[in-house]
Design a protein around this ligand. Structure first.
Ligand code: SF4
Ligand code: SF4
Length: 179
């Protein structure tokens, strides 16, 4: 019983124990009063851990894959202004940048990543002047390696071939991956 009371006292934060914001005025932090939070008392820590883990994954994955510039794309889509200055008709350059960041081969292929000729025309439309041709080239080689390991979905390759989304330098790789 006494132990139970001790526990309650430990978890109870009195108003006077709250941080003082002005002389004589304590800030009342309802959510820090552990007694009132019951089973949710560790929820903020778990949430924070989740947020930090997600952020680390966003940053670490592209670094490990050798494509760190993709981290800096903040998906503003200003590069879509490239329009018909892209000689192969790619319309969603940001999709390629994001696909490179998260290692999403299907998304990269679906948006024409394998037909990009790395001319650099889209780079001048990037508000951060990111090295888009280099970023796309790295992802192209990653995709080529993934195809050779058989980890790119077959339907994704079939659709790409049917829709003319494969540049001539990748045709052999795509055909081999589908064999
Ligand atoms: S670098 Fe690729 S996506 Fe950009 S304009 Fe040239 S072909 Fe199009
Ligand atoms: S303009 Fe640059 S930063 Fe913005 S979405 Fe395109 S690649 Fe990313």
């Amino acid at each position: 019983m006494a132990e139970q009371q001790d526990k309650e006292i430990q978890h109870k934060r009195q108003d006077l124990d709250q941080p003082m914001v002005l002389p004589g005025i304590h800030r009342y932090q309802f959510f820090t009063n552990l007694k009132d939070r019951g089973w949710t008392r560790n929820l903020d820590r778990v949430s924070l851990f989740g947020i930090v883990a997600a952020l680390l994954a966003t940053v670490i994955k592209p670094i490990l894959r050798g494509n760190p510039a993709t981290i800096y794309c903040y998906e503003c889509r200003a590069c879509y202004a490239t329009q018909d200055r892209c000689p192969v008709g790619i319309t969603f350059q940001a999709e390629l940048a994001v696909a490179g960041r998260v290692g999403d081969y299907d998304r990269f292929i679906r948006n024409g990543g394998l037909k990009c000729i790395r001319c650099g025309n889209c780079q001048s439309y990037c508000v951060q002047y990111l090295p888009l041709p280099q970023m796309f080239a790295i992802m192209q080689e990653d995709t080529r390696a993934a195809m050779s390991k058989g980890i790119v979905a077959r339907h994704s390759l079939e659709n790409a071939l049917a829709q003319g989304l494969v540049g001539k330098e990748f045709i052999d790789d795509v055909v081999k991956a589908m064999a």
